[in-house]
Ligand binder design. Sequence first.
Ligand SMILES: Nc1nc2c(ncn2[C@@H]2O[C@H](COP(=O)(O)OP(=O)(O)OP(=O)(O)O)[C@@H](O)[C@H]2O)c(=O)[nH]1
Ligand SMILES: [Mg+2]
Ligand SMILES: [Zn+2]
Length: 320
Amino acid sequence: MDQRGNTASGDEGPPAQQGGDLVVRVHGGHFYVQTEAGIVDCLIRGRLKQEWQDTDLVAIGDRVCWTPTEEGRGVIESVAPRQRALSRRLPPPWPGATTVSEQVIVANPDQVIVVFSHRNPPPNPLMLDRYLVACEAAELPVVIVANKRDLGVRRKAEDPFALYEAIGYRVLRTSALTGENLEALRELLRHKLSVLTGPSGAGKSSLLNALWPDLDRRVGEISEYHDRGKHTTVVAELLHPEPDIYVADTPGLRVFLFWDIDPEQLDAFFPEMRPYLGDCRFHPCTHVHEPGCAVQAAVERGEISALRYDSYVRMFDYAF
Ligand SMILES: Nc1nc2c(ncn2[C@@H]2O[C@H](COP(=O)(O)OP(=O)(O)OP(=O)(O)O)[C@@H](O)[C@H]2O)c(=O)[nH]1
Ligand SMILES: [Mg+2]
Ligand SMILES: [Zn+2]
């Protein structure tokens, strides 16, 4: 992250420091901080708010220093500098609005688990590619969870996730319904702070419930899931179901707009394109219309998937 992600306090007051307590929930101007004595409901010190910011001051996963005010309540005095973040650009508050700001989905994650489903809703490759590019750009390790395996695909050739395995992404095929691969998911989450993200209805909350029934996360009604999710989870929450597991359940997103990605670097965020990038005739090459483009040649030879290349072109054209 650059300094935009650094929400350290100003000159007066204590310097922001590493450590501090973990923010586990943010809602309506309240910041819920996990402490040894339980969860404390905090507000933010006015001084912190006054600094102009184009990012969230405090997000789940941030570490904060706070002082108690009354029983179970406190005030956040400072925020430790963010090491990294899964962020997106907030959609404009109204059509044509020009303000841009960063929404930090989770601060300081060790990895991102992108949850899509085999069906109901069917996977949207462009959407999946956007999550992957965002993770590559933020240098966050990413694993794809392909859920609702029980509704799966009839033939292997139709498996929309095989492409991603071929590129080198880890794909874990799960079913919250039958329990398939849930222990592998648990081990994947161990010793880390992870974030579950992906479209609404893919089964993020259901996977967590299947692993830890006590979490009792709200999940959508089955009858409501045809193509689009119902946005059942509305507030992101950092859960701590086992001593060495932190996992954020987040609301499904309709759109994932990029925050802070340079279009000229987009090609490098498609790992399968990297080996070809030095071989284009022109430098820089957008790989869209230039003659002698090594990436386009690789697409024609079938070495780069036409579907992924199509995502690249669409992102290049519209995403920024
Ligand atoms: N058949 C099947 N249904 C599942 C599976 N996992 C989840 N579902 C169903 O899919 C629907 C959506 O599940 P949720 O867990 O609410 O999905 P979510 O990703 O948390 O959705 P948001 O909170 O809206 O982002 C629910 O009706 C679940 O019962 C699965 O593995 N197989
Ligand atoms: Mg949910
Ligand atoms: Zn090129």
